[in-house]
Design a protein around this ligand. Structure first.
Ligand SMILES: Nc1nc2c(ncn2[C@@H]2O[C@H](COP(=O)(O)OP(=O)(O)OP(=O)(O)O)[C@@H](O)[C@H]2O)c(=O)[nH]1
Ligand SMILES: [Mg+2]
Length: 193
């Protein structure tokens, strides 16, 4: 077992998944939607110009948990979206099994913001990730092509639609990530491409 997975006291394995992405993409919402425990969040009032978009932002992290079955528990860590808190990325990414890069599909600037975040995460760890498009009912082929091109994604990185307010949708995103993790175990060279 590597350091990404730890054996729990009552059996089963606990793994760390990170949810990252641009400001206001829906990271905190996604974790709150799926977590079986009350999410520990660090929201603080926004006082700068981004206040016009929302009243509060994550300043350190979100923390939630989901039990997949008796043998597997996911600990979910959400990053802050504002880049003045980017020092948290490395702290939260330590030992992660994989991550979700969440974009706000309804905002063009979300994709551009994601480029730097993804570069930092790729540098930090070559682990599997999925790109989830929040506030999008589906993924149009042309949009997917553009996203893949801008983020320079390998073809085995899933790009999936997401509704961060919907439990089933969030489950689908996390399952896509877990399947990528399994694929990477089968083909270690492809991990985090
Ligand atoms: N309609 C809709 N609203 C959403 C969805 N996801 C998030 N929101 C709303 O969008 C706003 C931002 O969501 P957050 O979950 O705070 O986003 P975040 O990525 O954690 O934001 P930061 O931590 O500030 O970067 C909130 O008002 C949410 O209620 C979604 O899937 N659909
Ligand atoms: Mg947040």
């Amino acid at each position: 077992m590597n350091r990404s997975a730890t054996r729990r006291k009552h059996g089963g394995t606990a793994v760390k998944i990170v949810v990252t992405g641009p400001f206001s993409a829906g990271k905190t919402t996604l974790i709150r939607t799926i977590s079986e425990i009350t999410v520990l969040s660090t929201e603080q009032d926004i006082t700068d110009s981004t206040r016009s978009r929302k009243a509060a932002t994550t300043v350190a992290m979100d923390f939630g948990r989901i039990t997949i079955d008796r043998s597997l528990v996911l600990y979910l860590f959400g990053t802050p979206g504002q880049d003045r808190f980017d020092f948290m990325w490395e702290i939260l990414g330590e030992g992660m099994l994989g991550y979700v890069l969440l974009l706000d599909a309804s905002r063009e600037d979300s994709l551009a913001e994601a480029v730097g975040i993804l570069a930092a995460f790729r540098k930090m760890a070559r682990v599997p990730f999925v790109v989830a498009l929040n506030r999008s009912a589906g993924v149009e082929p042309a949009d997917e092509e553009r996203i893949r091109s801008v983020l320079e994604l390998d073809e085995d990185v899933p790009v999936v639609p997401c509704d961060a307010t919907d439990r089933e949708s969030v489950k689908t995103v996390l399952l896509a990530l877990l399947y990528s993790v399994i694929d990477a175990i089968d083909q270690p060279a492809a991990a985090g491409a």
